[in-house]
Design a binder for this molecule. Structure first.
Ligand code: NAI
Ligand code: MG
Length: 352
């Protein structure tokens, strides 16, 4: 029996609704699997905690989290009480940075029972691997002068290590999927960093002769995410390009409420963190209608991360069976509640 120890941080808003729903599903998955067990430890670190203690997590919070196999997080943010830069930087971003979660993964697929805004959506199934620690989102730069003499400069930072790490991760993932990696570049317009990106991509691709590789400029690639997303498998990109591409991915899928994400630590020094793409959705908090699929799909990514591919695959199938039956929350055109959707997914999982 394999036991996974998970630090659970529901966070704010609907995080407190979709996380318990996803834990029910994870428990059902463990029952079905038979050989795995969860040990969940829940931490009440959120904006309530901040109102009481003046910080988003205790001073030894990171030390506590470090001992777990993974962090499973809902959402952070209660903008009417705590400014977003305080709450997000005090918890979510602090964990991502301190735990060297240098890769961000966001899948997008044609999801049965979900209305894609594409007129004729083909059966697409892709994964964006985004470099999550450097690139265009560096803090190198500054501003000088006033008035019409104002200058702002910001430097992109591409290290051989960071670039190669993201690309190798993408090629390894492609081995377990359709065997195709696409690079997002812009070497026709950005003359230093992007030709470097292309060089590293060629070097890494040479180590994976069995994996097909392609390269597109980011402008054309973005258009293809809309016009023919079915041609992609794994797409590897810099921090900025991946940020934008993964939002297009979520959009063509049909709703932010279903989009999952993972922040991966690749050096094994710290746990990885699994959190859906959406935020705390204060506008629907407390009504029991939050879509739990983003959080549950995130749980599926955690299973994949642990190498539990078979049960992870079953879980995704169970989710699609449920949406295809029309058991859906209002954001995707249904009238079911958060708990009804989660219960239906548990039921389908156990029936398989
Ligand atoms: P949001 O993602 O919370 O909500 C955007 C819209 O999508 C809202 O209309 C909301 O009702 C809807 N929505 C989101 N998730 C849903 C779900 N699971 N089911 C049904 N509908 C859903 O983004 P927003 O409103 O910009 O931010 C709210 C708070 O969340 C802010 O404090 C923000 O900083 C924070 N935030 C946190 C993130 C995180 O923890 N990773 C990510 C994005 C925002
Ligand atoms: Mg974004």
């Amino acid at each position: 029996m394999k036991t996974y120890e998970i630090a659970v941080i529901p966070g704010d808003g609907i995080g407190g609704e979709v996380v318990p729903a996803a834990l029910d599903v994870l428990n059902a998955a463990a029952d079905v699997h038979g050989g795995l067990k969860w040990k969940f430890a829940s931490f009440p670190w959120n904006c309530d905690y901040y109102m009481e203690h003046g910080k988003m997590m205790p001073d030894d919070g990171l030390t506590i989290l470090q001992g777990f196999d993974a962090v499973f997080l809902g959402a952070v943010g209660d903008p009417s009480r705590v400014p977003d830069h305080v709450s997000l930087w005090g918890l979510l971003i602090k964990i991502r940075r301190s735990f060297e979660q240098s890769i961000n993964i966001r899948p997008a697929k044609f999801f049965k029972g979900l209305a894609s805004p594409l007129l004729n959506p083909k059966d697409f199934d892709l994964l964006v691997v985004r470099e999550n620690s450097e690139g265009e989102y560096s803090e190198i730069g500054g501003r000088i002068h006033q008035g019409e003499d104002q200058i702002a400069m910001q430097s992109s930072v591409f290290t051989r290590k960071g670039t190669e790490r993201a690309m190798r991760y993408a090629f390894e993932l492609a081995k377990t999927r359709k065997g195709h990696v696409t690079s997002a570049t812009k070497s026709n317009g950005i003359v230093h960093t992007m030709p470097f990106w292309d060089e590293v991509f060629r070097d890494v691709a040479a180590d994976y002769p069995d994996i097909r590789n392609s390269s597109y400029h980011i402008d054309a690639l973005s258009a293809f995410f809309v016009t023919r997303p079915q041609i992609f498998d794994v797409v590897v990109s810099s921090n900025l390009f991946g940020d934008i591409l993964s939002d297009i991915g979520a959009a063509v899928m049909g709703s932010i409420g279903v989009a999952p994400a993972a922040n991966i630590n690749t050096n094994g020094k710290y746990p990885s963190m699994f959190e859906p793409v959406h935020g705390s959705a204060p506008d629907i908090q407390g009504r029991g209608i939050a879509n739990p699929i983003g959080q549950i799909w995130t749980a599926k990514m955690m299973l994949d991360h642990f190498g539990e591919y078979e049960i992870a695959g079953k879980l995704l199938d169970a989710m699609e069976l449920v949406t295809a039956q029309g058991i859906k929350t209002p954001d995707i055109g249904g009238s079911s509640s958060t708990t009804e959707v989660a219960a239906a997914i548990c039921r389908e999982l156990k029936r398989m």
